[in-house]
Design a binder for this molecule. Structure first.
Ligand code: ADP
Ligand code: MG
Length: 638
């Protein structure tokens, strides 16, 4: 292949520009990224060799080597991993920008993380971190098992790169960085040693470096002795194999950063050995903050899977249900065959048993966390609560355990505090039969909803479901400890005692007689918008509200469907008027004085608009609404 010069895609150029000019802190993570790639490359060739022994020679040691050349001011990271063909080089580090490039750019641009490079690895663009410290990067690589010649890729990171044949014979990759001015410290042995220890100690392959030592001769006047030896810089400890008591918090945290590409410490470590129906070792982490890709459909998920110490893959989604996708870590099983394939993983009994074990354990750990350290649990819940709710919808088998993990704001909890269903039930007055909730677009909206009035007057607590997913959760969450869950903006809410009911019904009957004409007139005018106009028993202060059918779509659901681009045919709701509110009596009087007057139609529109506004729904004709309001104000001022 003759030497070719190519342009990076615009996005990669933008990314490199940012990497070179804006990322200042923690430049040393470039080495972590390159070592991680080298280790991935060895993992991959090992895995491919399970089915094609020819790929690797006999008795050859896996190795990642760092070479520093002070004169040339270069460092080279070499591996005997899988290598890349020319096409693979182009795809992986050349012209094609993967989806991570765009995501990373967006995050960098909008975040305060501005100068922080640590999270670059999360986006699958870690290789480019090299340009933080290098003004020229050369990659020479030879693909295992390929007849094609090796490839040399060179770039200074300013928009173009060259690619040509190279004469490397052995499989693997050498990445050589020519350091920028002022980055000379990375040539020093102690510095490289420190970085490897800090970030890459648990890498499963030796990371070696030639170390030259000069010793004085034994006697005065003897010549100095210089020796060069290859030293391994990392301890290579598979920490999940150790006993928890043997692992320090720092080791756990460092390993977490390695598997998660997160840069903060995890919230919780779950490390255990399972015995019985499924035997495996698991080291799982609950992150302290949700990763940016938690809800991206194209995000890479899953745990690292090892079989008898051999790395199989790092995105084994089959090990956990999707609602536990926030967990990071490693599972090592000796019950699986080494040559297990992707397809086999999908419905393998052993995998299913491990999964079951992991779910049980994780749910128990979360329940413990909630019980023992409620504050920590709240922190967790604020990050991952939405995902746990997916579980209520998906995992029927563990439904009860998952319900106990839920937290909600409520009409009785202090601002910012959350309550569990258990707390709620414990606080229920004796007469209360159901668990009441209100779904709304925001806490403010929920807290000021007219629907609360009747319940508040009875001192009943109402849970506020303000996460869009709650609307779906309610389809499964219909009961807790034998108590039905009931939406207060749907159908009739039955909260009164027999006597109260009798009294109310009698009053309502009387009122309905009195206001029959008024209700009919308003109904006639609003016929296209509402299903029915009737008097309310749920309001004490507000003039009106809208109520959905027991099964119909409520305002919140309608909003959610709209926001997802699903235009639904409008579902008419019932407009309830408060017979105790003075407006109702006054309207009646006005209707009786002059049934042709526009007052009634204007006011009916205003009442309906008000009801829409309080539940957070848009009003159809905003121009008419403001005209009516201005007119009313003028009249009010005489
Ligand atoms: P990630 O490692 O998250 O995929 P990187 O930017 O670090 O993202 O690397 C991009 C890709 O380049 C890798 O996925 C891999 O295919 C390829 N690559 C990088 N370094 C090596 C290496 N030493 N050997 C083989 N392939 C490599
Ligand atoms: Mg990488």
């Amino acid at each position: 292949m003759p030497k070719k010069s190519r342009k990076f895609k615009t996005e990669v150029t933008q990314l490199l520009d940012l990497v070179i000019h804006s990322l200042y802190s923690k430049k040393d993570i470039f080495l972590r990224e390159l070592i991680s790639n080298a280790s991935d490359a060895i993992d991959r060739v090992q895995f491919e060799a399970l089915t094609n022994k020819k790929l690797i020679g006999k008795g050859e040691a896996w190795k990642i080597k760092i070479t520093s050349d002070e004169k040339a001011r270069t460092i080279t990271i070499s591996d005997n991993g899988v290598g890349m063909t020319a096409d693979e080089v182009e795809t992986n580090i050349g012209t094609i920008a993967n989806s991570g490039t765009r995501h990373f750019l967006e995050e960098l641009q909008k975040s305060k993380k501005g100068s922080n490079a640590e999270f670059i690895g999360q986006f699958g663009v870690g290789f480019y971190a090299s340009f933080m410290v290098a003004d020229n990067v050369t990659v020479v690589t030879k693909r295992a098992g390929s007849e094609e010649p090796a490839v040399r890729w060179i770039s200074d990171g300013t928009g173009t790169y060259t690619i040509e044949d190279a004469d490397k014979q052995e499989r693997g990759t050498d990445v050589t960085l020519h350091l920028r001015e002022e980055q000379d410290n990375f040539l020093q042995e102690y510095e490289l040693r420190r970085i490897v220890r800090e970030y890459s100690d648990y890498i499963g392959f030796p990371i070696v470096m030639d170390v030259t030592r000069t010793q004085k001769g034994e006697n005065e006047g003897d010549e100095e002795i210089t020796t060069t030896e290859e030293e391994t810089l990392n301890s290579m400890k598979a920490i999940w194999k150790k006993m928890p008591s043997e692992v320090s918090e720092e080791e756990y945290n460092e390993f977490y950063k390695h598997v998660s590409h997160d840069y903060t410490d995890p919230l919780k470590v779950i490390h255990y050995r399972a015995e019985g129906t499924a035997e495996f070792q698991a080291l799982l982490y609950i992150p302290a903050t949700a990763p940016m890709d938690l809800f991206w459909p194209d995000a890479k998920r899953g745990l690292q899977l090892y079989v008898k110490n051999v790395f199989i893959n790092d995105d084994c989604e089959e090990l956990l249900p999707s609602y536990l996708r926030f967990l990071k870590g490693v599972v090592d099983s000796s019950d699986l065959p080494l040559n297990v394939s992707r397809e086999m993983l999908q419905d393998d009994v052993v995998i299913r048993r491990i999964k079951k074990g992991l779910v049980t354990r994780v749910l128990k750990e979360l329940a413990d966390l909630k019980k023992r350290t409620p504050e920590q649990y709240e922190t967790f819940y604020k990050q991952f609560g939405t995902v746990i709710k997916e579980g209520v919808h998906q995992d029927f088998e563990n439904g009860d355990k998952l319900k106990d993990l839920l937290l909600f704001a409520s009409s009785k909890s202090e601002a910012g505090k959350l309550a569990s269903l258990k707390d709620y039930v414990a606080r229920m007055p004796e007469a209360q039969k159901a668990i009441y909730y209100l779904t709304a677009g925001s806490l403010g909206q929920a807290a000021h909803s007219p629907h609360l009035e009747a319940l508040t007057s009875k001192d009943y607590e109402v849970l506020f479901f303000v996460d869009p997913i709650d609307e779906w959760v309610t389809q499964r969450l219909t009961e807790y400890e034998g108590k039905p869950l009931k939406a207060i903006d749907r159908g009739d809410i039955d909260i009164h005692s027999a006597e109260e009911k009798e009294e109310k019904e009698a009053a309502l009957k009387g009122d309905s007689e009195t206001y029959k004409g008024l209700l009919e007139s308003i109904q006639k005018h609003l016929d296209e918008e509402v299903k029915e106009v009737k008097l309310s028993t749920r309001l004490t202060d507000s003039a009106c509200c809208l109520v959905a059918d027991e099964t119909g779509m409520n305002a919140n659901m309608e909003r959610i469907m709209k926001s997802m681009g699903q235009e639904m045919p409008p579902v008419k709701r019932v407009l309830e008027l408060n017979p105790k509110h003075p407006i109702v009596a006054k309207l009646k009087a006005s209707l009786e004085r002059d049934s042709e007057s526009s007052v009634l139609t204007d006011y009916a529109d205003l009442l309906y608009s008000q009801a829409l506004l309080t539940e957070g729904s848009p009003i159809k004709d905003t121009a008419r609404f403001s005209q009516l309001l201005s007119k009313l104000m003028v009249e009010g001022l005489g």
